[in-house]
Design a protein around this ligand. Structure first.
Ligand code: AMP
Ligand code: MG
Length: 410
């Protein structure tokens, strides 16, 4: 058995490598706009026409030509036409008159401004207009939102409600999206037991598979929950090989270190390639990434906190690209540290942090018990503090990088 890379990689090196190797594997299907929310857009959306399609009124009021308001005279005009939204295109404005117009109604040719009703006064069949009108006021221009023929959404984005609204505004009822990524999910370990099953002292209920499945499904992946594998090489190898044939990615937790009982990484080495299995991060070792046949293999650490952090920070961008997303780098917010600590340089550290408002500013506290098995450190916090390799010390009041858990989405 050969070690894929003796030297530990930094998180940045590992992510660069993964980014260079990963290509979208999901297929494309057409779905109705009513079921497209949360799906990943597969083709560009091009506006087939200008939106809005014609110049129209931004409010209820009176349309007129600014040039008809003669200087030194009371700005009153006779009211001719009445134009509501949804009617066929307006006839030209009669010279020297105003037209009553409702929001969204097309501007009649010859008019170049709209005055809002509240700023006008009706005097019989005439209207008194406010002084100082400028051409273009209160007019929404054709194409000001979308220009015919231009790309208004790029592929690779997860469709949000506003994206769905925009697609509907172009007139499309169907849209091309990627099919959900098929992921096989296993836990490993002789001590790991299925929740709901009897428990012997020393056992550990399987929290990882439930937690990882929840995260993967929230990203729109189709998860095959394949249960718990015992620490047996032959069984693990057979299970991984068969899962790799029918899934885009295989995700495991546990069994990825280099003890006699850890058979995950050696099995992947036998079946395919292992890109690396140790990173200079804390928590997060051991982590195995590789390939079995056409499937991407991700072997997460067994400790639950490490498993989730590696899923969010390392597996997420990889799975995202496989699923059709663009590469996802989390956005870290600079916030004030409400704690002080010393840190070993040369590795990246993730602390579980609770961001709170402290008067006018935001301060992050770190969760005290830091062990990578402490699940309550995840439930008791709202994000991760990420400390770079070079950091040796955090002083109270320093600015640190904070990533809310809610930002780790596809
Ligand atoms: P391993 O990487 O297999 O050595 O596991 C490291 C630690 O994580 C051990 O204490 C395991 O009991 C624990 N662990 C492994 N898998 C799970 C799981 N699915 N749920 C909860 N804890 C686990
Ligand atoms: Mg184990």
């Amino acid at each position: 058995m050969t070690t894929p890379d003796a030297a530990r990689k930094t998180l940045g090196q590992a992510l660069d490598l993964l980014r260079a190797r990963t290509r979208t594997i999901a297929h494309v299907e057409a779905v109705s706009l009513t079921t497209a929310s949360g799906r990943i857009l597969a083709e560009p959306v091009i506006a087939p026409r200008d939106v809005p399609s014609v110049d129209n009124s931004a409010l209820d009021g009176f349309a007129f030509a600014v040039a008809d308001l003669k200087e030194g005279r009371a700005p009153t005009l006779p009211v001719g036409a009445y134009i509501a939204a949804g009617e066929p295109l307006s006839a030209p404005l009669e010279a020297g008159s105003a037209a009553q117009i409702l929001t969204g109604a097309p501007i009649p040719p010859g008019a170049d401004a709209v005055a809002m009703t509240e700023e006008t006064k009706r005097e019989g069949d005439r209207v008194v207009l406010p002084a100082g009108a400028t051409p273009g006021q209160n007019i929404r221009r054709a194409g000001e939102d979308m220009r015919a023929g231009t790309q208004v959404l790029a592929p690779g984005r997860r469709l949000r409600p506003q994206d769905i609204g925009l697609i509907a505004a172009t007139g499309a009822a169907q849209i091309a999206v990627f099919t959900p990524l098929k992921i096989a999910l296993f836990s490993t370990g002789n001590e790991v037991v299925e929740p709901g099953k009897p428990f012997r002292e020393g056992d550990v209920y399987d929290s990882n598979r439930y937690m990882l499945r929840a995260a993967l499904e929230s990203w729109g992946c189709a998860v095959s929950d394949l249960g718990i594998l015992p620490d047996e090489r032959a069984l693990i190898q057979t299970a991984l090989a068969s899962a790799a044939e029918t899934h885009h990615a295989v995700v495991t937790s546990g069994g990825a270190s280099r003890s006699q009982e850890d058979h995950v990484a050696p099995s992947v080495l036998d079946l395919g390639d292992l890109h690396f299995w140790t990173l200079a991060i804390k928590p997060g070792r051991p982590l195995a990434l590789g390939r079995i046949g056409a499937a991407t293999f991700i072997g997460l650490p067994g400790n639950p906190v490490a498993a989730l952090i590696c899923l969010l920070r390392i597996a997420r961008p990889v799975l995202g690209v496989l699923a059709g997303r663009s590469w996802l780098d989390p956005i870290a917010y600079k916030v004030r540290a409400g704690f002080a600590m010393n840190k070993k340089p040369g590795r990246r550290e993730f602390l579980r942090g609770r961001l709170d408002r402290d008067g006018a500013r935001l301060t992050v506290q770190k969760f005290a018990p830091e062990g990578s098995g402490i699940l309550t450190s995840l439930t008791g916090t709202n994000g991760l503090v990420e400390l770079a390799e070079v950091v040796e010390e955090v002083k109270l009041g320093d600015q640190v990088d904070f990533i809310p858990y809610t930002d780790f989405m596809f």
